[in-house]
Design a protein around this ligand. Structure first.
Ligand code: ADP
Ligand code: MG
Length: 399
């Protein structure tokens, strides 16, 4: 797979697929521009080479309809402020008017296409739509790691039609970080897996067994493991149908000599609300009508000890309902321990990333992935479809 640096882009029309799916408030104001910041290295590189930069992204879920509350106009404005140059806004992402705008561009100019998902063909990976997008450019660059696990036209089908296709610097960095952590990590390699559902993390857990030295589980998904180990978890969030599976997994982990840690205590609450009654209890003593909402202080202490000698840490999934202050300590304490560790720390997952930000620990992490689903797909040991598409055209000599 080639990157943008391997090809001549000077004065060329370079269509860069980015992930500008930023959070907006009710007044269409961007509340966090981390996703814009993340692709600046690629954009600045392209501009430094005097390319005509055409940006394509989705925003929200307009579901194939033109809904102006999902317009990329506010993003164009913000990007213009950040770059200190004009960012032209196209009326659509394909079609004659857009082609005329693209054709009239000079090197060093930036054109933002309108939301790709105003066309239902984007998420259908429609050939004709991919072809229409490709027709706008001389060079196609994928720098949208966060959507690269999805077979969408702007990351898959487009590569079959663009004259040249390659990866952007963010996509490359994401893949390189992850690959190094999996294949040549400084050991011990520790995986921390948490979050809401064990079902969504099962494949990732199984694949991680081939790589890691230690696994720690927390969050609601740990409840299924706690139940499998013979403890009653009251009204905690749990996936009953996966209790046996969790038990089998614990056995597999033991056979492989991987060190496995699950919570020894939890913050139990009588309801999942900030005003709930709380108590710290050992996992053996979760009251029948209560639920586990966070890992307890003894577990925080244990997890901190486990991480003392870590060489590499991969963390996906919060330890509790961190969105509510009383249940945020487990996740925030862990964030501080991980960020303070000398280990290479790689954080992935939508909620995990925002928890680490909220804990004020983001700056000291080695790497925070911009992808939730894409990161999980890598943890599952699966290739990203959009990366496979880039590799395919590279093997055919089209990049
Ligand atoms: P990520 O987006 O980082 O991959 P997930 O989507 O798997 O993470 O899970 C995040 C959600 O899990 C959070 O919104 C959090 O509130 C929830 N969660 C964590 N622990 C618990 C728990 N004990 N009970 C209920 N929900 C939980
Ligand atoms: Mg999530």
């Amino acid at each position: 797979m080639n990157t943008i640096k391997d090809i001549d882009i000077s004065k060329k029309k370079v269509l860069i697929r980015v992930d500008f799916n930023v959070p907006l408030d009710s007044k269409q104001k961007i509340t966090d521009d981390a996703r814009i910041e993340a692709v600046l290295p690629t954009l600045k590189y392209a501009l430094s080479r005097n390319a005509c930069v055409i940006l394509a992204s989705h925003l929200g879920r307009p579901e194939g309809q033109i809904k102006m509350e999902f317009s990329l106009q506010p993003v164009a404005r913000r990007l213009s402020n950040i770059l200190g140059l004009e960012v032209m806004m196209a009326p659509d992402c394909i079609g004659e008017d857009v082609a005329i705008l693209a054709d009239g561009m000079k090197g060093g100019q930036v054109l933002m296409l309108e939301n790709l998902r105003f066309h239902k063909e984007e998420t259908q990976n429609d050939r004709e739509f991919g072809k229409a997008l490709a027709a706008l450019c001389d060079v196609y660059i994928n720098d949208a790691f966060a959507v690269s696990h999805r077979a969408n036209a702007s990351v898959v089908s487009i590569t079959e039609h663009a004259p040249i296709s390659a990866a952007g610097l963010l996509l490359k960095k994401e893949l390189d970080y992850f690959k190094k952590a999996m294949e040549t990590p400084v050991r011990p390699l520790v995986a921390i897996v948490g979050g809401a559902k064990i079902s969504s993390k099962l494949s990732a857990l199984k694949n991680m067994l081939q790589h890691v030295d230690k696994i720690m589980v927390g969050g609601a998904m740990a409840n299924t493991f706690i139940k499998a180990s013979g403890c009653d978890v009251g009204r905690s969030l749990i996936e009953e149908d996966l209790v046996d599976m969790a038990g089998d997994l614990i056995e597999k982990i033991r056979v492989r000599n991987i060190k496995f840690y699950m919570p020894v205590d939890v913050v139990a609450a009588d309801r999942l609300e900030p005003e709930a009654n709380l108590k710290n209890v050992p996992v053996q003593e979760i009251p029948k009508e209560w639920m586990a909402a966070d890992i307890g202080p003894a577990t925080s202490c244990l997890f901190s000890e486990v991480l003392q000698d870590a060489g590499t840490i991969i963390w996906n999934g919060p330890m509790g309902v961190f969105e509510m202050a009383p249940f945020s300590h487990g996740t925030f304490d862990l964030a501080r321990v991980v960020s303070g560790s000398k280990a290479t720390s790689i954080i992935g997952g939508g909620e995990t990333g925002s928890a680490v930000q909220k804990a004020g620990a983001a700056d000291q992490m080695s790497y925070i992935s911009t992808g939730g689903g894409a990161f999980l797909t890598l943890m599952e040991g699966e290739q990203l479809v959009a990366v496979a598409a880039l590799e395919k055209v590279a093997s055919l000599g089209l990049s």
